[in-house]
Design a protein around this ligand. Structure first.
Ligand code: ADP
Ligand code: MG
Length: 276
């Protein structure tokens, strides 16, 4: 089941569903002390609008680099990328992107509400409107009542929710999440996966997640792209066809464990033979 009827989802934009990302032949070389290093080689990637897609692979295979290329933070050395039919730069300038980093990077002197408001403040939105929207987002991520809390008073999971709320405040069409739940214990990560699925379903945004956690990838995704390394390349592109909303019961389905096994096998191959 891939449609989410009753929620503004795939068809939110003028009733048209298209590709959020179309990347062909993406290569990225870095110059490391005068020696060229190929981080990504000939990456092809298509991500449909409204879906939840995940990039998974061993550390150092170029997941973050690929995400940054799509988000116009890094320029590829070769290949073409289209985001909603235009260049990543044009899409970024049109404020189509929200970005959640591995580290929540909240400003410690600003309250949760003021942190979420920040992108609107930078955009010059008046305070009253900023606060209404930031409160709405804090409610969406389950932090009603914590508006005035400073980051130091928030748990790791709560800080990540604030970071997600902040990334969503400009109503991005595409949400990038680079290992957003690293460092959380297994139970908190599971809870955040539930929350993220709910938030994604409620907002209807396209999401691209980077993780190296197999069950997180299966639980959240419609599509999982497995990257191998040396050089970073696509080794598999899988559809995850499981009903939504997914919950603890879903994880007990034989199909769920079969997806986990397949992904674990592919990841093991990606790790093998390339250890330094
Ligand atoms: P991942 O997110 O999968 O762990 P990264 O995208 O961070 O991988 O990095 C992929 C490879 O590219 C790594 O070997 C990393 O050291 C290298 N790399 C990333 N950014 C740079 C950079 N700015 N300069 C040189 N090498 C880089
Ligand atoms: Mg990374």
């Amino acid at each position: 089941m891939k449609t989410r009827s009753g929620v503004p989802g795939d068809a939110r934009r003028n009733g048209v569903t298209g590709d959020a990302v179309r990347a062909v032949g993406i290569g990225k070389r870095f110059d490391v002390g005068g020696t060229p290093f190929t981080a990504l080689d000939d990456i092809a990637l298509t991500i449909r609008e409204g879906r939840f897609s995940t990039l998974i692979g061993p550390s150092g295979c170029g997941k973050s680099t690929l995400l940054r290329i799509l988000a116009d933070v890094v320029r590829p050395t070769s290949g073409t990328v289209e985001v909603f039919g235009r260049s990543p730069e044009e899409a970024r300038r049109a404020a189509e992107f929200g970005f959640v980093f591995q580290d929540p990077v909240l400003l410690p002197w600003r309250t949760a509400l003021a942190n979420v408001e920040l992108p609107l403040q930078v955009a010059g939105v008046a305070k009253a409107e900023r606060q209404v929207r930031a409160r709405e987002l804090l409610r969406l991520v389950g932090l009603e009542g914590f508006e005035k809390a400073l980051p130091a008073k928030l748990s790791g999971g709560m800080a990540r929710r604030v970071a997600i709320a902040r990334a969503l405040i400009l109503r991005p069409r595409l949400l990038f999440l680079d290992e957003p739940f690293n460092g959380l214990d297994e139970i908190r990560r599971r809870q955040m996966n539930d929350e993220l699925q709910r938030i994604w379903m409620e907002t209807g945004t396209t999401a691209i997640l980077v993780t190296h956690n197999v069950s997180e990838a299966v639980f959240l995704s419609d599509q999982v792209v497995v990257l191998g390394r040396n050089p970073g390349r696509v080794i598999a592109d899988l559809e995850i066809d499981l009903p939504r909303p997914r919950d603890a019961e879903t994880m007990l389905l034989p199909e769920f464990t079969a997806y986990e096994r397949t992904l674990t096998r592919l990841l093991t191959e990606a790790y093998e033979g390339v250890e330094p």
